[in-house]
Structure formats: C-alpha cells, structure tokens
Design a protein around this ligand. Structure first.
Ligand code: AGP
Length: 596
C-alpha cells in the first residue's frame, strides 16, 4: 500500500523523510521517492527497496520535503511511475495515495493544453491540474484542481521557494504530526512516532496547510476548522496494526475501502475494458487455489446467472491432469499474490492449450502479471495476515465486474441493466460497513465454538462457496476441523458426524433457497447440534430452529456472497481469539505458496 510522508521544520528534510518512509516499509511497496525544497525542487526516486533510493541520494540541505513509497496499481513498478511527480516547469511536486477515476479524460485534455506526461499513472494528472489552476496561491489551486477530480486521494504538494506543504484527503487516510517548530504529514501514524505523539487527523474532504510553525485545517467549503490534538501512546507494532489487535482484523475492517478502490478503477468504463479474447466465449474455466478457488466458485454462479456462460472451476493444482482436448476460449486465473506456483503452472498449461488467460491478482508486477495475456487488478493493498480477507472480497467484486462485462458483450445485460449493476456495485461497500457495524454479535457467537473440535458450514446456490470459505477461514486460524457443504449434501453422509458438540453454521437469507435451507437446518437441529444461523433482519421464523441468529443487513441476493464472507471472517477471527491462537501467522501456513 502506498505511503506518504512530509516534513516542514528545521531539520534536514531528506533524513526525516527517509527515516519515516522506512517506518512505512511494512505496508509493502515497489518504488520510492522524495522531493526536497532546496531553493528549487530536488527530486529523487528509484524502483525497488528504499536502499536503492538511499544509494542514489546526494547530500541535500533543504528543510521541507515530501516522500512516497509506491505499491503499483495504475502502471507497472518503475522509476518513471514512482512518486513524486513534478509539473513541467518544475515549480510543483506531489505525492498521492488512492485512485483518480477520471484520469483518462483529464489527461487527454491536459495534453491538448500542452502538458507533457512521463508516466503511466493516474496520479500525474493531479500535478498538471494543480499547476494549471495555480495563480499564486497553492492551497487555492489544490482546492480548485480537486473539483475536477473523481476518485479517492490523500495528497501532499510542495512548491519551490516555500516551506508550506498543502495536503488534502478523500477516502484515504492522512494524519498531521505536530512538533515544536516543525510539523509532519503521513498516511499512517507509524511514520511519525519517532518524532511526535501529537497528531491531528484530517477528515474526508478537508485540506490543510502545514508549515514549520502551524497546521491550518480547512473544511470542504474552505472555512478554517479547529481540530483537537490526539495523543498517540501506541508502540510501533500497535501503530502498524492501526490500533487493531491483529492485522487480520485490520484487514477485515479495511474492506469497505478495498472494495471501493477495486470497483472505481474499472467501473466507469467497464464495457470498454480490453481483457477478453476476440473470439466468442462459449464456455470458460476458472483456476485457483485455496481462498481464491472459493472466489472462483462464487464467480461460476454469478457468471452463469448473469451471462449464461457455462463455467468450470478447477483447482489449479489439478488442471494439468484434466482432459487436454477440451479447448476453452477463456481461462481465468485467480491469485491474490500472483506467485502461487500451482496457479502459475496452470496458467502456462492453459496457454499451451491455446486458451486466452486472464489473471485476477492483487500484485502488479507479480509473476502472473507477466505470464497471463490480460490482467484484472484487485486493489486491496498488501495483505499481511496469512488468512486472506480483503483480497477475497476484492476478488469477488472483480468477478461481478467480469460477469457484467461478459453479460454486456453477449447481450444478456442491456445498457439499463449495466447501469443498474454499476450503481449496485458502487453501493456494496455500505453493506459491508453495515456488517462490520454488527461485529459484536459475531464476537458473542464465537463463544459457541470455543470448545468445538469440529464445525460444519452449509449454504445453497451462490452462498454455498461462501460457506466453504467460512470453513476454510475457521480451520486455518482456529485449528478447528471445519467443513463446508452444499446444504442438500448433508443427508448424503456428513449428517452422521453431527452431534451436540458439533456446531453448524448456515446461511438462511431471503432468497429462493430459503425454504430448503430451513428444512436442512431443522434436520440438523433435531439431532442436537448447536445451530448458528445467518439470517436477515426481518426474518422471524429462523429463531425457531436456531440456537443463535446473526442478523445480516438485507442486500440483493446476487451480492450476499460478499456480506456473508465478511461475517464469516469476523466469526473465524473471534473464535481463534477465544482460543488464543496466533491469528496472523497460523502454524504450517505461508502467505504465498511458491512450491507445487
Ligand atoms: C487463504 O486464507 C489462504 N491464505 C490460502 O488458501 C490462499 O488463498 C491460497 O494459498 C492461494 O493464494 P493466492 O491467492 O495468493 O494464489
């Protein structure tokens, strides 16, 4: 995830910035850079680790500057795409976290007005736009430029001959550190802790001017805002987790943001996305491992429902053994890391079989991005906990977008339908937030599993793979044996394993599967297993068959795999916590599995 730092004071800015960037390294990055105000703007940036930047950095005297670590999203990891970016007259420089949704039209119009671009990034438009509106007041120019922008951002901007740093934020974190005769900017308090524990949080839509002697904050209308200083007494490790006890919990809570970022980077121009082969897609395969495989199974239901295209989902590790005669126009590989050996091998095999390969991945520059024919990028940011959470829901929303594109192309979805789908996807993060708001009920429900040795998860239709994922999450971090089943399968064998010590988790949402789910749950309840039901707010009947009901916010049935997944992540987290497990680093597991 990209990191921003800024300094305005009396120390050597390059030292403070390098040191602060080091504290953001844990977030993951692929390039880094800084600009120091030193009579002129002196910019240095490099691909790779901070060591690479440090090795090319001369001795710079300036006492104001901004720095950045970049996690590539728009444009490959490279020196040219690294931040900061400078205006063509070298009078302004900027760093940015987030996504500028409308950067293509902005870029085209700035080029027609004479701006020269040197990177593939969405960010570069911002610096040219601010320069365009700059008539002697940097803060006014930033505010005016942001009126033209659609997207999310945290930015820090400096200009030559001035100690001021102008910052702004929308849906991306930014904090300001207050010192004596010096002030700081950072995307994350960890960058500041060495220098100050007094911070001011910038809110959405606000801007600020940071100078050595003052921090002035302004609301969206430009009026000055009084902000109280907050004292941070976190250790570095606590700060990295943003105050959460574990990375997994932090990542679960990041999902409204990671889903938004994934959606907005493609949604506007979804129908023109060039990721599919030109030949007709009569059938397709999805190949993946673990959690990504479960996302693929959800994808199958969604694509078949929306586009009427038959989808086979295979474990990437088994693909090589499947029939070679079955040529397929499209093979989708899902891998958050982009480095899973089985998925990479499946990608090579699919290419040998003459298929178009499309990778859905979270890591730009990963091996799969070099091997697959086309890429659909999830923008969840780096995931540190071994258990995949925010990358899973980002994969799901990528699959909704892929399903919409396939359906639009084969006319299963018309203009009106596509517009409605885009609107629904944009509002999806609100439903995820609604689940997170109910987290305490999942914390309480976790007690049901404290002593369990085994647990079962059941669902039907598109919610069946979600229950597989719920079971995988639980076994992975709580070490409880857990199985997911299509609810109709229980009576064909697994029912023999259910007893009063084996809890059952069932999704019983208000869709066409409701009645059948209720009968399956009743069969289990009759055998004495404790039943935890995930049911919607207005469902009174479910209380009769359940020991405990978790209330889910009502959402269109197509999107329940997302909201349910978040609830099941929270359940697994709290069960593991109840049992005192090492949640972020479960035994025997690695974040990225690079052996076949
Ligand atoms: C999920 O919590 C696991 N960490 C694991 O199943 C993971 O999804 C699997 O190894 C695939 O990883 P990938 O998405 O990076 O390919």
């Amino acid at each position: 995830m990209c990191g921003i730092v800024g300094y305005s004071g009396s120390r050597k800015a390059s030292d403070v910035i390098l040191d602060s960037l080091r504290r953001l390294e844990y977030r993951g990055y692929d390039s880094a850079g800084m600009v120091i105000v030193n009579g002129r703007l002196e910019m240095h940036k490099e691909k790779g680790e901070l060591k690479a930047l440090e090795s090319i950095l001369p001795d710079i005297e300036g006492i104001t500057g901004i720095g950045h670590t970049r996690w590539a999203t728009c444009g490959a990891p490279s020196r040219d795409n690294a931040h900061p970016f400078m205006s063509n007259d070298r009078s302004l420089a900027l760093v940015h976290n987030g996504i500028i949704e409308n950067y293509i039209p902005l870029r085209n119009s700035l080029i027609s007005e004479g701006a020269a671009f040197y990177s593939e990034t969405d960010t570069e438009v911002l610096v040219h736009l601010i320069r365009k509106y700059h008539q002697g007041d940097l803060h006014a120019a930033v505010r005016r430029a942001l009126e033209d922008v659609r997207g999310t951002y945290a930015i820090a901007v400096v200009e030559e001959h001035s100690p001021d740093i102008v910052v702004a934020r929308k849906e991306n974190p930014l904090v300001l550190g207050s010192g004596v005769g010096e002030n700081f900017v950072a995307s994350d308090v960890t960058a500041l802790l060495e220098y100050t524990s007094d911070v001011l949080y910038l809110m959405d839509g606000e801007t600020a001017i940071v100078t050595p002697g003052a921090i002035r904050i302004f609301d969206a209308g430009g009026a000055a805002v009084e902000r109280e200083v907050s004292k941070i007494d976190w250790s570095l490790e606590e700060a990295r987790k943003g105050g959460f006890e574990h990375y997994m919990l932090k990542e679960i809570y990041e999902q409204p943001h990671s889903i938004t970022e994934t959606i907005i980077s493609y949604i506007d121009d979804l129908e023109n996305l060039e990721i599919l082969p030109s030949r007709p897609i009569t059938g397709m395969k999805i190949l993946a491992c673990g959690t990504s495989y479960n996302a693929g199974l959800v994808g199958k239901y969604i694509i078949e429902e929306m586009a009427g295209i038959s989808v086979q989902v295979e474990l990437a590790s088994e693909f090589r053994y499947s029939t070679k005669t079955n040529q397929c126009p499209l093979v989708v590989l899902i891998t958050q890391s982009g480095e899973t050996a089985d998925t990479l091998a499946a990608c090579r095999e699919a290419k040998l079989r003459g298929c178009h390969t499309l990778a859905i991945t979270n890591v730009v520059g990963s091996s799969i991005t070099r091997e697959a024919d086309t890429i659909l990028l999830t923008r969840a940011g780096p995931e540190i906990s071994v258990a995949a959470t925010k990358t899973y829901t980002a994969q799901l929303v990528s699959l909704y977008m892929l399903a919409s594109l396939l359906a639009y192309n084969n006319r299963s979805l018309g203009e009106e339908g596509l517009r409605a789908m885009k609107k629904d996807l944009r509002s999806l993060p609100n439903y995820v937030s609604a689940v997170l708001d109910r987290a305490s009920s999942l914390r309480d429900a976790a007690k049901m599993f404290k002593e369990a040795r085994s647990a079962f998860f059941i669902g039907r239709n598109r919610n069946f793979p979600t229950m597989l994922e719920g079971a995988l999450k639980l076994k992975e971090i709580s070490y409880i044996h857990a199985e997911g089943y299509a609810a109709g399968e229980l009576k064909h064998g697994p029912l023999a394993l259910l007893d009063e010590k084996t809890p059952l988790v069932a999704s019983c949402l208000n869709d066409h599967t409701y009645d059948k789910m209720m009968s399956n749950v009743s069969e289990v309840a009759a055998r004495g297993s404790p039943v935890l039901l995930l049911a919607e707010d207005d469902d009174a009947d479910c209380e009769t068959v359940a020991d405990l009901v978790i209330r889910m916010p009502p959402v269109k049935p197509l999107f329940t795999p997302v909201t349910l997944a978040v609830a099941l992540q929270l359940l697994a987290y709290h069960v593991a916590k109840e049992r005192g497990m090492p949640i972020d680093k479960p035994r025997n597991l690695a974040k990225s599995v690079t052996v076949e």
